[in-house]
Ligand binder design. Structure first.
Ligand SMILES: [Zn+2]
Length: 461
């Protein structure tokens, strides 16, 4: 009898990893990093409950680190199967995992230098060469193509919206002459959003494993275009620069597309956009290589990607980045990290926040104890690189760009599931969000719904 184990993202939003076992064969869906609190991060170091060498294949839904961040670790621990995902997911995973390895190595060397570790010496979870080993095992599968791995497993990837390359996994398990279909939602995007496709509606399945990040929330209906236009117009009238902290993959490209739209429709005169992040530059190149994988056509006049239009200047080197200190408004600088927890955005903040003509435009969720959250909460000064920086610039918050559907959108995504599945498992949400979505699915669809615990194994019979 097939078994499913929830080895991550159970009553929490990170560390996605599911183990399926049937007819003596093992398969993993996602292998993400636990992020957030120290207790969660510690889980990354725990020995897996299974032997990675015994796993036949790993199927990835998408490239966010909470879904792929433990892949190099699995390989380091003996996994030698194939890693399947869409072509854009493979390309982006290489960029994101190399960056994650670099951060791991930097953190470990910092802790060792400062003597801040109980572990002597502090070690990175994985290094660049582990990522290179992992990349050799990748095999891409286009959306909708049925891929048979063995007499036991076959799967198909379906567009999940959310992010370039993101997919849901429709897994068919054949055992003892019976077929069981399990659908893993991955992260499900929003409908009618900027850049990404609408998610494909979930197909009927025997079991569904469904994300619930915003299972207890409804996104306000806010016109993103109007908010952005207002912030740019106000700042440019003051002769200021708009500084946008943005996650390098997804959010940075959405912002360029939105601003390109404002200029081409004549709402604003052309203005220079500076993209200052090597990772964002790499990701933008990958986005441009898949012009048909988005909700909008990325090819502008002459077939050139609008992400590389004449107003967008990319800064890769440190010198190019520092040269941006001399830029005068009207102009936009996009840099990372999105929550201002590190990266080049910090030197731009130090440069721009003390001046009232500028605007810091926040475009995504800011978690507790980040500089982004402090600024949103009205901090009059912030500490950057050991100096106190006064905040005189305008702080604006662009709402409506969340990458995850809310409760209503998740129910819309489930609307084509008929007949009722045997059970719906709610994962990838804090306990209250997962419970709330489970209750709504019971009430509105009458499906048996359940919120599993971390490490729990269920039988799929
Ligand atoms: Zn995601």
């Amino acid at each position: 009898m097939a078994r499913l184990s929830f080895l991550g993202a159970a009553r929490t939003v990170t560390g996605s990893q599911y183990l399926v076992e049937a007819a003596g064969e093992r398969l993993l869906v996602d292998s993400g990093m636990f992020q957030g609190s120290r207790a969660l991060k510690q889980l990354n170091w725990e020995e897996p409950s299974f032997d990675p060498a015994s796993v036949r294949a790993l199927v990835l839904t998408h490239t966010h680190i909470d879904h792929v961040g433990r892949v190099p670790l699995m390989v380091k621990r003996g996994f030698r199967g194939r890693i399947y995902c869409t072509p854009p997911t493979r390309d982006l995973a290489e960029v994101l995992l190399l960056d994650a390895a670099h951060l791991q190595e930097e953190d470990a060397s910092y802790l060792n230098r400062k003597g801040l570790t109980r572990h002597q010496p502090a070690l990175p979870l994985f290094v660049g060469s582990d990522v290179e080993d992992a990349m050799k095992l990748f095999e891409t599968v286009p959306l909708h193509e049925e891929r048979r791995l063995s007499p036991v497993y076959s799967f198909r990837l379906r567009d999940a919206g959310h992010l370039l390359g993101a997919a849901s996994v429709e897994l068919t398990v054949s055992e003892g002459g019976r077929q069981t279909r399990v659908l893993f939602s991955g992260d499900v995007g929003r409908f009618e959003t900027v850049l990404a496709h609408d998610p494909e509606l979930a197909p009927p399945a025997d079991y569904l494993v469904v994300e619930s990040t915003y299972g207890n929330r409804s996104h306000a209906v806010v016109p993103v275009r109007e908010q952005l236009l207002a912030a740019l117009t106000r700042t440019f009238a003051r002769g200021g620069v708009v500084l946008i902290p943005a996650f390098a993959v997804g959010r940075a490209q959405q912002m360029i597309v939105l601003m390109h739209g404002l200029v081409t429709e004549g709402a604003l005169r052309p203005f220079p956009i500076y993209l200052d992040s090597p990772m964002a530059v790499d990701a933008t190149r990958i986005y441009s290589q898949y012009p048909d994988a988005h909700g909008v056509a990325l090819n502008g006049v002459g077939g050139r990607s609008i992400l590389y239009n004449k107003w967008v200047t990319t800064a890769r080197s440190r010198t190019e980045s520092e040269a941006l200190n001399r830029v005068k408004g009207p102009a936009v600088i996009i840099s990372s990290s999105g929550m201002m927890t590190g990266g080049r955005i910090l030197h731009h903040c130090r440069q721009r926040l003390p001046h009232a003509e500028n605007t810091l435009l926040i475009t995504g969720y800011q978690s507790e104890n980040t500089m982004g959250r402090a600024l949103l909460d009205g901090a009059r000064s912030v500490r950057i690189h050991k100096s106190e920086v006064p905040v005189l610039a305008e702080i604006a918050n662009l709402k409506g760009l969340s990458g995850h559907g809310d409760a209503k959108e998740m129910l819309r995504w489930l609307s084509a599931v008929q007949p009722a599945p045997r059970r719906v498992f709610l994962t990838h949400g804090e306990a209250d969000a997962a419970e709330a979505l489970a209750a709504r699915i019971v009430k509105e669809r009458g499906f048996d719904s359940y919120v599993p615990s971390l490490g729990e194994t269920v039988e799929l019979n």
